[in-house]
Ligand binder design. Structure first.
Ligand SMILES: [Zn+2]
Ligand SMILES: [Zn+2]
Length: 138
């Protein structure tokens, strides 16, 4: 794994450089924005994509220009998806990446039934949140 990236990804919402976050979750690359607390996920094994596909897409819901940007990886448009009717996730239309606003992270963790987390039995979101707390001490 290469720690240094030539093209540092930028936060889609506030254009700050994303910082690599070690969640100890295999096959997932997580970057955080220290400005807004959002999390960018590169879900390399496709589990996140599969999970997302279980959720019906919200028709016609796209991100307003000016406030939200494009995919940090491939500059494609990000599309808002709503998980469990409570948490907004900005998904890339091109790659398997997704941006999770800080406000959505806790909601995702709380609202995802354990039965749906079989692919992530160790509590992936709990780990992300735990790692975030080390970055954002309260
Ligand atoms: Zn940000
Ligand atoms: Zn992308």
């Amino acid at each position: 794994m290469t720690a240094y990236r030539q093209n540092q990804p930028l936060c889609p919402t506030c254009s700050q450089p994303l910082e690599s976050l070690d969640t100890h979750a295999p096959q997932a690359v997580v970057d955080i924005c220290k400005q807004c607390g959002g999390v960018w996920l590169d879900w390399e094994d496709g589990d996140f994509t599969d999970l997302a596909r279980q959720i019906p897409p919200v028709a016609g819901r796209t991100i307003a220009r000016g406030g939200l940007g494009d995919c940090p990886r491939c500059n494609k448009e990000l599309i808002v998806e709503v998980f469990r009717d409570v948490a907004e996730v900005l998904r890339c239309s091109e790659c398997a990446g997704a941006f999770v606003p800080y406000a959505s992270i806790g909601k995702l963790s709380e609202c995802t039934p354990a039965a749906d987390m079989v692919e992530q039995p160790k509590g992936f979101w709990a780990r992300v949140i735990g790692a975030l707390k080390t970055k954002f001490p309260t």
